[in-house]
Design a protein around this ligand. Sequence first.
Ligand code: PLP
Length: 404
Amino acid sequence: MRISAVADAIAGPATLKLNEKANQLKADGKPVIHLGSGEPKAPVPQAATDAARVKLDSAVVRYSPTSGSPDLKKEVVEYTRRNYRYECSPANVLISSGAKPAIFFALYSVVQPGDEVVFPAPYWVSYPEMARMLGGVPVVVAPEPGTFEPSFESFAAAVTDRTRAMIINSPNNPSGHVYSAALIKDLVRLCEERDICLIMDDIYHKLVFDGREAPSAFDFARRTGEDSVIVAVNGVSKLYAMTGFRIGWAVASKRMINVMKNVQAQILSCPSSLAEAAALGALEGDQGCVESLRSTLQANRDVMVGELSKIPGVKLNAPGGTFYSLPDFSAIDANSHRLCEFLVEKVMVVTVPGKDFGAEGHLRFSYCGSAREIIEGVERVRWALDPNGPRQITIGSTTFTRDW
Ligand SMILES: Cc1ncc(COP(=O)(O)O)c(C=O)c1O
């Protein structure tokens, strides 16, 4: 059987190989520390599990309407008003099976073969692959040296007559960077003037630190309602630690939502009504869980930044949100895949190579685990990379002996 060249060229997840190795080490009883993870470790909010239980006990778990349950869409309208000060109606909402398909369906709705999709580096690994799956051309905008933010001029220079979509993820996976209000404002203007669909991937938008907020594209929009070019994507995966429920959504013009709905109808039929019940429970329930997760992550961020700063040669821009940091290891090893493999092999610490995010020379360190994991994990890395360190060391309850 012949595999399609487009499908065959799609990259697998960056973490796959490293995870396989880490799982093998774990299965062998080895003390692996996983700093590569992409999901919060908090429990699912009680209101979500209660709501899911009620739905399950009803023994009626059928197809939802294609664009999602009316109750959840209404709650998303409320969420959008509360968090974005943006008025919309259920007809502006598509509930999907996670933020990921919502992004893909938005791209599918505007990108034709040869069209360009613009986004800044470092970027979430799925953006270039999604663009390619549609026959589109990913166009990456490089950040200003030593920062994670490109200039507006670089974006403007990347836009051509073939640009159909721009994707901004703020705060950003993998860097934790929160893009400036000035940049977001200028990008909204650019997309409005050039009729470019602006996909705001806001999946981490409340996980922002130090009393800041992630600037919202809606605050700067001149084109609103049916004229809006913004597709705001969000979901319960990260804010409510509900990655396994697979519920996300998009807010956009009715016309755009209608097209996305038809795409979704042919691929997913609808989101899971059981998972929708849980998501509704989370959104209607006590929101203290989001703040509690945010403040835990901020404390973890401080620990991570402190520990990474002890590694000579490593440069880091402190993350303003998310649960990721993206230190620059290029002074030690400019090849991030080689360095990641070395760290798993020698000290059993899992990180993610920056190359896959368009940031070669960097490694992504997650801080969604415990402070102990962060401290021990980074101490192992520091020792492994220190040519003058002791030949043998005990970190936590594990003893390592240098054989390199
Ligand atoms: C930037 C970004 N967008 C979207 C997603 C996907 O979210 P979901 O799990 O709701 O599909 C992720 C998950 O890692 C992400 O990091």
